[in-house]
Ligand binder design. Structure first.
Ligand SMILES: CC(C)(COP(=O)(O)OP(=O)(O)OC[C@H]1O[C@@H](n2cnc3c(N)ncnc32)[C@H](O)[C@@H]1OP(=O)(O)O)[C@@H](O)C(=O)NCCC(=O)NCCS
Length: 175
């Protein structure tokens, strides 16, 4: 584990450093518009940064969501990025685990993610087929849609994940 790493909620003054992280960590994708919308979205988004030597070296977002037709309190984990020169030193895992603690405090029972199972399975994520994405995923991404129960929460109602506005852009789910 990297030394002197501090995890805290992001502040408005972190925005430029957070955006830079996504430019560096995702050279082929422009996640900056999504990140800006999430940072401005207010209390339904939990945004945490990892800080080392006063520099933001990692960021994770969680968005509170629902499931259409049910009353489930669930969340979507995304996005997540770490400074490329500091990959594989435990920063991503530290942010995921810190986020889970906050989700449990907020009484969130299930967290969903669209990501690489090779990475997310270590946190207990498993393929999800009852709750579906807001838009149909391309066939090659289907195994990437996963969920984890944070405590002995009831399995969510079957239905489509109901997401707030920053997640309404179809391209986030289909390309
Ligand atoms: C994926 C990412 C967030 C992981 O963060 P990180 O700080 O490098 O991850 P950690 O150091 O906590 O990794 C924990 C474990 O996962 C492994 N791991 C890291 N990235 C991985 C990947 N892409 N695929 C599979 N395993 C991975 C590490 O080797 C480590 O394994 P170990 O504990 O057995 O040694 C980071 O590499 C990143 O920002 N990548 C570019 C952006 C991205 O892909 N974000 C995720 C979007 S779904």
């Amino acid at each position: 584990m990297i030394h002197d790493l501090k995890i805290r909620e992001s502040r408005p003054g972190d925005a430029a450093e957070i955006e830079r992280l996504y430019v560096d960590a995702f050279p082929d994708e422009d996640l900056v518009p999504l990140v800006r919308e999430l940072l401005d979205f207010g209390p339904s988004v939990v945004s945490l940064v990892a800080v080392r030597e006063q520099a933001v070296v990692g960021h994770i977002g969680f968005t509170f969501c629902g499931v259409e037709g049910g009353n489930d309190k669930v969340a979507l984990l995304a996005p997540l990025a770490i400074t490329p020169s500091l990959h594989r030193q435990g920063i991503g895992s530290t942010l995921v685990e810190a986020g889970f603690i906050q989700m449990q405090q907020a009484k969130i029972g299930y967290v969903f993610v669209l990501g690489d199972p090779a990475y997310y399975s270590r946190f207990g994520f498993k393929a999800e087929d009852k709750v579906t994405t807001p838009y149909p995923l391309p066939a090659e991404w289907r195994g990437a849609w996963q969920s984890v129960a944070l405590h002995d929460a009831e399995i969510p109602h079957a239905g489509k994940l109901s997401v707030p506005k920053p997640w309404h852009h179809e391209a986030l789910w289909t390309s």
